[in-house]
Design a protein around this ligand. Structure first.
Ligand code: BT5
Length: 338
């Protein structure tokens, strides 16, 4: 006997969301008829939408609409945008309405030896993660929350500089859609016009000296709504404010088209292996190049001039003529005076 999982509250709202996604006015009656429920039941569902940060407009005497509509994710639409190389490398694409964290889900899959080549996209994360216990704010349909699982042999040192290379791949994907002023901030941010547009979170599993797995997680803001964004404690930006109208499914596909081959070339022997193939591109996009910066770790801070990254992706700081290298994600970078 097949017992299906009970639907989450958000999944229960999917049918009404699908109807309202066109941004047009729908009467309570027509919604009720399409959904096969009473008008009172429709009203109850509509009230729940606000819980997910969606702004429902009531148009007097005519019905309801979601101004601007919704550009919902669909696995078919993402798959349609994949090129041959990405199709070849992608073993499974999962598109879901709501999860705790796409990275957490894929880590579990990797631990079960079932996460390689799996990509997961979620409309909403209830516990989206940043680095070192921080959170990633990911309200319903407001961005791209994407994780990819990848398994490989040869130990974790092969991944040196990977978060920077992922940044380069994201910048290239954004350029395809004409997004202007994209820059990278060491070690894992994509910025636009001096504010954070996207973040990258790498998480590891398995035997770090041999056969191991990495989850590449990316959160990118497409259209953040005011209320939910209030919790972000640093300057942020979304694509709507710089280049409105980008289709999330096409953008997600463009990201996969670049990230899947990147993961293969990074972890398999060949001329493209490792960060050196991406270094020049990273330097050309460096948000802080030549600027005075402050670098903080849990216990110390350093001041100097940002002088790019070396061939392993380590940050170079110029401090009174002396160059010092900084590795890993233990530090954060701020402009002086911030
Ligand atoms: C990151 O961490 O920037 C990595 C974010 C990775 C998120 C993706 S979403 C898919 C996958 N599944 C997950 O659970 N995570 C990944 P970090 O450098 O630690 O930055 C976190 C900081 O960014 C927070 O402390 C806030 O200051 C800020 N922040 C949080 N949400 C943001 C948002 N939506 N836009 C811009 N900044 C945000």
């Amino acid at each position: 006997m097949h017992i299906s999982k009970p639907k989450s509250p958000l999944e229960q709202l999917r049918p009404v969301l699908n109807l309202l996604a066109d941004g047009e006015v729908h009467s309570g009656e027509s919604l009720g008829a399409a959904l096969g429920v009473s008008r009172a039941a429709v009203w109850k569902q509509l009230q729940k939408l606000t819980h997910y940060g969606l702004v429902l407009e009531s148009v007097k005497g005519r019905g309801y609409r979601l101004p601007g509509g919704l550009n919902l994710l669909s696995s078919d639409a993402v798959e349609a945008g994949l090129d041959a190389a990405a199709r070849d490398l992608l073993r499974q694409l999962i598109v879901c309405d709501e999860v705790d964290s796409t990275n957490a889900q894929l880590l579990t899959r990797l631990e079960r030896d079932d996460g390689h080549g799996v990509a997961m996209l979620a409309e909403r994360q209830t516990a989206g993660r940043g680095r070192r216990g921080r959170s990633w704010i990911s309200p319903f349909s407001a961005g791209i929350n994407l994780s990819i699982g990848w398994q490989f042999s040869g130990g974790v040192q092969l991944l040196e500089g990977l978060s920077l290379a992922v940044g380069v791949a994201l910048a290239r994907a954004l350029e395809e859609f004409g997004v202007p002023d994209v820059r990278l901030k060491w070690p894992n941010d994509v910025w636009c016009r001096g504010r954070k547009l996207a973040g990258v979170l790498l998480e590891l599993s398995g035997d770090l000296t041999d056969r191991c797995g990495v989850v590449v997680g990316i959160g990118l803001n497409v259209g953040l709504r005011g209320d939910s964004a209030a919790a972000i404690d640093q300057p942020w930006i979304d694509l709507h404010s710089v280049r409105p109208g980008i289709d999330r499914n096409r953008l997600a596909a463009a990201m996969l088209n670049r990230l899947l081959p990147l993961l293969r070339s990074y972890t398999e022997p060949g001329p493209e292996r490792g960060f050196s193939a991406y270094r020049d591109a990273w330097l050309a996009l460096d948000q802080f190049a030549g600027r005075p910066v402050r670098l903080q770790s849990a216990s110390r801070e350093w001041c100097g001039t940002a002088a790019g990254v070396d061939s392993s992706g380590a940050l170079i700081l110029d401090m009174d003529g002396e160059r010092k290298l900084f590795h890993g994600g233990e530090v954060s970078l701020r402009e002086d005076g911030e």
